[in-house]
Design a binder for this molecule. Structure first.
Ligand SMILES: [Zn+2]
Length: 351
């Protein structure tokens, strides 16, 4: 049954260097009360890859904003929608999508919605046995004409974060290798944190490297047979997707060996999440939930590092969060699962 529908509206023309506001609407088209999780939707602001922006025939703009790993949702993370009710939100897409080409852009909103049907319009009990719905929400596309300007294109938050890194500003460009070494893991460096905290992160950094290697080995060994772990987290084995997953793990492993990762233990300290980073960066911010994360099972300390490395070194996104949600994604939307950071984390943690 269809519960939700979405649409967007925006200006027809855009002058480079300015803001570009897009208004997103989601409507409850069912007869039931819906509790929609705000995470990974435009309704928390532009904090994840929720737009599909195509230039010309088939070039899509990558998301270049903040990438956050969160814990379990609380009541405040949901929006209640009565039958027929509609919510809207306006975001400036230039904060996370780098627009610098003078050619038509087609913009649509495109994200995975996670929601509960709520009998009495009350907030869902997410710890209970009730399973959420995971649905692909996509609007119609809108064409925007881009007009040049004398001023520079607007920088994304990812570009600002990378300003002091010693490699390319533009997402997707080749990473520079900072020092060639064979199979060695480079020691990370730190901003802030006690000696004990830095040691904990270093141990888990090395552990994450080992686990990434094991993940790659698993994929190689079971490439031509039925790989149950792969199917669990990335969906049906299809050659192109399988290669893509190997490529992501390959990039993460390479980065452990050739890029000095900086952990910032200071700036996001009090944030109620595990950590965050930006694409093509070599910095990872670790936050409150990281320190209480377990050493084995799911959502571990080393798994968090694999998750963040998949973002900053292999350009994954956060499509859904959580173990059950990632399994559902693999089953229903394998094309999305291979882009989802938690799917990489859980595959690695489940080996
Ligand atoms: Zn993430």
């Amino acid at each position: 049954m269809k519960h939700l529908e979405c649409s967007i509206s925006t200006q027809k023309e855009y002058v480079l260097g300015n803001e570009l506001s897009v208004k997103i609407s989601v409507k409850n088209v069912s007869e039931e009360n819906i509790a929609l999780l705000k995470w990974n939707t435009p309704f928390e602001g532009l904090l994840s890859h929720v737009f599909k922006i195509n230039i010309g025939e088939n070039q899509a703009l990558p998301y270049d904003g903040i990438l956050i790993k969160r814990g379990n949702p609380q009541k405040k993370d949901f929006i209640m929608l009565k039958p027929g009710e509609e919510i809207t939100q306006t975001v400036d897409i230039t904060n996370a999508y780098f627009i610098n080409q003078v050619t038509n852009h087609e913009i649509k909103v495109d994200f995975m919605g996670l929601y509960f049907v709520s009998e009495n319009n009350e907030y869902p009990d997410t710890s209970g046995s009730k399973k959420p719905y995971v649905v692909h929400l996509e609007s119609e596309g809108q064409i925007i004409k881009i007009t040049p300007n004398n001023s520079a294109p607007k920088m994304t938050t990812g570009m600002v974060a990378r300003l002091h890194d010693n490699h390319s500003l533009i997402p997707g460009n080749k990473f520079e290798k900072s020092s060639p070494s064979l199979g060695q893991t480079l020691r990370p460096v730190f901003i802030g944190g006690s000696k004990a905290e830095q040691d904990t992160v270093t141990i888990n950094h090395f552990k994450a490297k080992l686990a990434t290697g094991e993940s790659l080995n698993n994929l190689k060994v079971y490439a031509s047979s039925e790989n149950r772990k792969y199917i669990e987290w990335f969906g049906m084995q299809e050659f192109k997707r399988y290669l893509e997953v190997m490529k992501v793990y390959g990039k993460i492993k390479d980065s452990f060996e050739t890029v000095t990762i900086t952990y910032n233990l200071e700036e996001g300290r009090d944030m109620d999440c595990y950590g965050y980073t930006f694409k093509n960066s070599s910095k990872i911010w670790l936050c409150k939930k990281f320190w209480t994360a377990p050493d084995s099972g799911f959502d571990t300390k080393f798994g968090t590092i694999v998750h963040e490395m998949s973002h900053c070194r292999a350009s994954t996104d956060d499509i859904v969060y959580g173990v059950q949600e990632a399994r559902d994604l693999a089953r229903i939307y394998p094309d999305k699962a291979i882009e989802n950071a938690d799917s990489y984390e859980y595959f690695t943690e489940s080996l």
